[in-house]
Write a new protein. Structure first.
Length: 301
């Protein structure tokens, strides 16, 4: 089967937004771009230094995802060369693995002509990730609030999110597996109930665009933040500084190790400048939500 070179572009994402653990995602304006061209064997070339250590063959996450999708449909997949450019940092809580998985699903869908619906793609990605938060945002863009139990998927999608975003990246990184290992096996019922209530109000505030309330609820998580926050230098001081700078709220981005700060749209540069001055050991990145989810198009005619 002959086919033309094409490209896939996937946005980064932040997940949880505090008590929306494993269910809330927000697409951000960093991107993974994959140029896919015919080849005799699978190869992956990264242009970015931070990705050079990743495997370049069938064990690469993008490739293994595409091959797994083909296997799901009892199809064989023609090999391809993938040229990858990305400004999503690895291991920083900004959905780099979810973007790779989404990209692999999109590549398989394109090459095999599966014509998968967006819901089907998100469902496959959620099963591979184990949760739908990052991958739903990467596919759909905007804000997503999702439920996935391994079989049933429900997603509420808010396409436009009118806030500014500041990401604080600490000097050290740690793996998602390490971060997951910090979580307790069980919680007292009252603690879990309080976390559930916070997540409910957070979700309602996000859907209604009430970021003043959402910002307050972002900081009331009981499910993961209390067990992870000690990995972040000056965590409580950063949170206090965000409040004093007028930010809506702050929380851990995904499993970490970055911090996500939501601000009024237009205030993000000023908040970032203050935080950079107060916490120079963090790298401060100004971002915006993006309403554009995954995109694919022919690049050679």
């Amino acid at each position: 089967m002959s086919w033309k070179e094409f490209s896939v572009t996937v946005p980064a994402s932040t997940a949880n937004l505090g008590p929306g653990f494993d269910s809330i995602g927000l697409a951000l304006d960093l991107h993974l771009s994959i140029c896919v061209s015919p080849a005799s064997e699978w190869t992956v070339e990264y242009s970015d230094d931070g990705y050079q250590h990743l495997t370049s063959g069938i064990d690469n996450l993008i490739v293994s995802t595409a091959l797994a999708v083909a296997e799901m449909f009892n199809r064989s997949l023609s090999p391809a060369k993938l040229r990858v450019e990305t400004d999503i940092p690895l291991g920083r809580g900004l959905g780099s693995s979810a973007a790779a998985i989404a990209g692999g699903i999109e590549i398989a869908d394109w090459l095999l002509g599966l014509d998968l619906s967006m819901t089907e793609k998100v469902k496959i990605g959620s099963a591979m990730e184990g949760h739908p938060d990052n991958v739903s945002a990467s596919f759909l863009g905007g804000l997503t609030i999702s439920y996935f139990d391994g079989n049933e998927l429900e997603v509420i999608h808010v396409p436009q999110v009118e806030i500014g975003v500041v990401i604080l990246v600490p000097p050290t990184e740690f793996l998602t597996t390490e971060s997951r290992g910090m979580l307790p096996q069980s919680l007292e019922h009252s603690v879990a109930t309080r976390g559930s209530a916070a997540g409910n109000v957070l979700s309602a505030a996000l859907v209604s665009g009430n970021w003043e309330t959402a910002g307050r609820l972002m900081e009331k998580d009981t499910l993961h933040e209390p067990y992870r926050k000690n990995k972040f230098p000056d965590f409580e001081a950063v949170r206090q500084a965000c409040m004093e700078a007028g930010a809506y709220g702050s929380t851990i981005s995904g499993a970490g190790p970055s911090l996500f700060i939501a601000t009024k749209k237009g205030d993000e540069e000023g908040v970032a400048a203050r935080l950079s001055d107060q916490f120079p050991h963090y790298k401060c990145v100004v971002l915006r939500p993006t309403s554009e989810g995954i995109q694919s198009r022919v690049t050679v005619i």
